[in-house]
Design a protein around this ligand. Structure first.
Ligand code: TYC
Length: 101
């Protein structure tokens, strides 16, 4: 008969954390046409004309506007693609990203 009592000395607790979301931020400038900014927002961020116009005009008035939040990779890819769309036309249009608190 084996009377050995085996009490585990340690426990493993697996902790799963949600990936931090990152904001895509539209920065205002004096040169990119309003219609172009609105068009890029619709194409890259799947916004309606109304949503895109509101984000564009907010950045225009306040200097910047949060467009949407995504996981880090997606936020960076979309910001780069949207910025490149402006650059391809010679516009200084800029989208940046930053982690949410
Ligand atoms: N300020 C630009 C203009 O008057 C329009 C614009 C809006 C540009 C928002 C960039 O993020 C921007 N033509």
């Amino acid at each position: 008969m084996n009377d050995t009592v085996t009490t585990p000395k340690t426990r493993t607790k697996t902790k799963v954390e949600r990936p931090k979301l990152h904001k895509v931020i539209l920065i205002n400038d004096d040169y990119t046409p309003r219609e172009f900014v609105t068009m890029v927002l619709k194409a890259e961020f799947r916004m309606t004309e109304d949503q895109a116009y509101k984000v564009m005009i907010t950045a225009h008035k306040l200097g910047a506007c949060v467009v949407a939040v995504f996981t880090k990779d997606v936020a960076e890819t979309k910001a780069t693609r949207a910025t490149d769309a402006g650059r391809a036309k010679g516009y200084p249009l800029l989208f940046t990203t930053e982690p949410e608190e």
